[in-house]
Design a binder for this molecule. Sequence first.
Ligand code: NIG
Ligand code: FE
Length: 423
Amino acid sequence: MSGGQRLLLENAQQVVLVCAQGEPYLVGEAMRSLAVLENASLVVGRDGCIKAVGLADTIRREFAKVSFEERIDCSGKCILPGLVDAHTHPVWAGDRVHEFAMKLAGATYMDIHQAGGGINFTVEHTQKASEEELFSTFRYRLLCMMRAGSTLVECKSGYGLNLETELKMLRVIERARRELDISISSTYCGAHSVPKGKTPTEAADDIVYNHLPKLKELCQRSEIHVDNIDVFCEKGVFDLHSTRKILQRGKAIGLQINFHGDELHPMKAAELGAELGARAISHLEEVSDAGIAAMATGKCSAVLLPTTAYMLRLKQPQARKMLDEGVIVALGSDFNPNAYCFSMSTVMHLACVNMRMSMSEALAAATINAAYALGRSHTHGSLEVGKQGDLIIINSPRWEHLIYQFGGYQELIEYVVAKGKVV
Ligand code: NIG
Ligand code: FE
């Protein structure tokens, strides 16, 4: 073999491939028996993609005559895929720590929302913030997420509501997509709340007739890139009818459907998502049995958000039932001013303790299945040859420590490699 390679990670105690056969997602038993190699090494090529992964002896023989730009001795450590955060709201101005105190004193999420706080509070501040200011805090948050092991993150707009601010947010996301090492899946979430002075129907019409055509034009001119369309389908926000209208129009302009549903009230959002061919539905604390069945059949992934149920003391989504019925379960941090958590290892920990997922299931949900929820599992979410060189190295001989340790002990994650680069 001739020509040099970018990076050699050698002699790891464990390399958690997650999957090894090009599976686009894992369900059922496959989530409980992840592909793990003992005493293994991994090679990243100059193109930033995984060139080889296998037993240390085999890789040593195969690459004996090859030069590497960089080598890391991984003895006593584990290599895992970069974590994928399938749901975040990271672009905003306006701190809401005061609302945490209100919630601890007994106010519900909707009490605060209806009193003009919550999303509305963040919208007011985000509308006033400059693009530069938004970029700078967003960049910092992405670096925190990357430090915590996330290498692909879904990022939503949705604190603008008016066209001008929604586009400002999408430009900020686009700039990060182009400038930073972390990979981004961008989501237009103009239907995150109903703007003051509008009815839900008027807001939905504004999105369908004004926002989406403009978005299409900007995407066609490659000024921005948008992957997904989102709606907060909830009682008192967007009902099923408006949600359908917005999502259908989004799909018609080429966006993947990925929306908030069945969170605080049963809305039949899961049934709607499955019918419309949604890639993913988030939250689902109040999903119906029929909704779960429809999602399993329709290969519509469930993005569960353990931080939200925890922060708001909601009933937990029925992760076990979804897993048993073959739903593609993914995880997200839901990072936003209501759930201020950057760390997918904390999210996995909460999913295990509060939603009764096993550690293998949680890792599959935070890697290959989260990548599937974003339509990126052909390039992300597992350590397979040809995929992007996104991975983490933890300073522990057993990979489960990534989930077992909690409370932000980030020294455990010793290296983060994104697009083949040690960051
Ligand atoms: O996913 N539920 C709607 N959206 C967010 C909360 C956003 C906010 O409170 O600012 C969520 O939890
Ligand atoms: Fe959300």
